[in-house]
Design a protein around this ligand. Structure first.
Ligand code: SF4
Length: 414
């Protein structure tokens, strides 16, 4: 690799690290033995210490940008070293890294140079060359550029596994404040377009088996949290909207990393709201897999997630009238809501109780975290008189949360 390419790689991989929407789950692109790579099996996710995915070659095509979003290192007013790859350079890097087993795929985003279509055209060209010239079957995640034409979005979906448009700010008002060049509708429009096209593609596939793959890993988005004063209720409500309305596969939450002395933003040195970010992911998980509604997790009266305990435990502590449950009789939907019992464990309980009356020893064998669960299930040892706050303190004392030594209040910006 030439020194110049290495230098560009350093600049553009560093600039891409702020985008967390890069997990490669959900695609099953197959290799028919004529091509290179395969997303069906063996995609591995590597995570940095703070939990961010780094399994893909994750770069920007360029960090030049005509826009000036206050929360972004690539904004035009920021005095940083700039660089841009050519389309061919990104293609060559991807193929070379893939062949050396360094990566499983490509996550490609970009600053906007010249205009949205000009930028999007180049992103699409990278994916097209990889797929058609190199028969690359590895995972490709393309960031789509708000404002780019529908034709380019359509083409992107033909070559990429996943597409994403970052909504960035949880409300229109915050977007207006920090990214005045952007507007919410320009971000929603491509989501709507891709969603409709994916549904149509699925229908066509039922009739014509050879219909080409179309963004098989769906679409995702990312929200920056902690840069503006929105509550967790507002953030989760918006995520819920995206999941329902546009069938997004994932919403990613990115705790704001203070990068500038701009009085619209938290000052440099303000801690990144990592605990809050983690709690939002947990709450998001509850919505997607445990059938929790947003207002069961947070609501207008209690709009912030409890940073000390996970949202499922927090919900249970606020709903003690539902507990303790009899694991030998309770409905599956209630068992899976017991803190410490996950989806698979709930299934195992429902299966196992068909054959025997379950007790604490059985639950231990199933692998249930009794540290939490014991306070919410009926057993000879359960103490019925404990108050929620007391249970919370007991769990915290016994728990081994990675954040235990680091409890601080959520980032208060304004
Ligand atoms: S458009 Fe994207 S790259 Fe450009 S400043 Fe805004 S967030 Fe950064």
């Amino acid at each position: 690799m030439s020194d110049r390419i290495r230098e560009k790689l350093e600049i553009l991989a560093d600039a891409a690290k702020y985008d967390v929407s890069c997990a490669s789950s959900g695609s099953n692109r197959k290799n028919d033995n004529k091509g290179l790579g395969n997303t069906g099996n063996g995609i591995c996710h590597a995570y940095t210490e703070d939990g961010r995915c780094v399994s893909l070659l994750k770069i920007l095509l360029t960090n030049f940008c005509i826009y000036d979003c206050a929360y972004c290192v690539s904004r035009k007013s920021n005095d940083i070293q700039r660089a841009a790859f050519t389309v061919q350079e990104v293609v060559d890097l991807t193929i070379n890294f893939y062949r050396r087993n360094y990566i499983e795929g490509l996550f490609l985003s970009s600053g906007i140079f010249k205009n949205p279509d000009y930028t999007m055209e180049r992103l699409v060209l990278v994916a097209k060359k990889l797929r058609t010239e190199h028969k690359f079957n590895g995972y490709i995640h393309l960031k789509t550029i708000p404002g780019a034409s529908d034709e380019l979005m359509h083409e992107a979906a033909l070559y990429a596994d996943r597409l994403s448009v970052n909504v960035e700010m949880p409300t229109k008002e915050s977007l207006q404040l920090l990214a005045p060049d952007k507007n919410r509708e320009a971000m929603i429009k491509p989501m709507r377009f891709i969603d409709k096209a994916i549904i149509q593609n699925r229908e066509e596939k039922k009739i014509f088996k050879k219909t080409p793959l179309y963004a098989p890993a769906g679409q995702s988005t990312q929200m920056v949290i902690g840069a503006t004063p929105e509550t967790d209720f507002q953030v989760l409500y918006l995520s819920h909207f995206f999941y329902k309305k546009f069938h997004l596969r994932r919403v990613y939450y990115s705790g704001y990393v203070p990068i500038s002395n701009d009085n619209r933003l938290p000052a440099i040195g303000t801690p990144v709201p990592m605990i809050r970010e983690n709690r939002l992911y947990q709450a998001d998980w509850l919505m997607r897999f445990y059938h929790f509604k947003v207002d069961e997790i947070v609501d207008a009266a209690n709009p912030l997630l409890d940073t000390e305990v996970d949202p499922k435990l927090s919900w249970a502590l606020r709903n003690m009238h539902l507990f303790p449950v009899d694991i030998n009789r309770a409905d599956y939907m209630l068992i899976m809501r017991v803190p410490g019992i996950g989806l698979r464990s709930a299934q195992k309980i429902c299966e196992a109780r068909k054959f025997t009356r379950l007790n604490i020893e059985h639950l231990k064998k199933i692998g249930i975290s009794l540290n939490k669960a014991k306070h919410f299930i009926q057993s000879e040892n359960s103490c019925k008189d404990l108050q929620p706050e007391k249970i919370k303190q007991l769990i915290l004392q016994e728990g081994r949360s990675k954040y235990k030594a680091n409890f601080s209040t959520q980032l208060s910006v304004f």
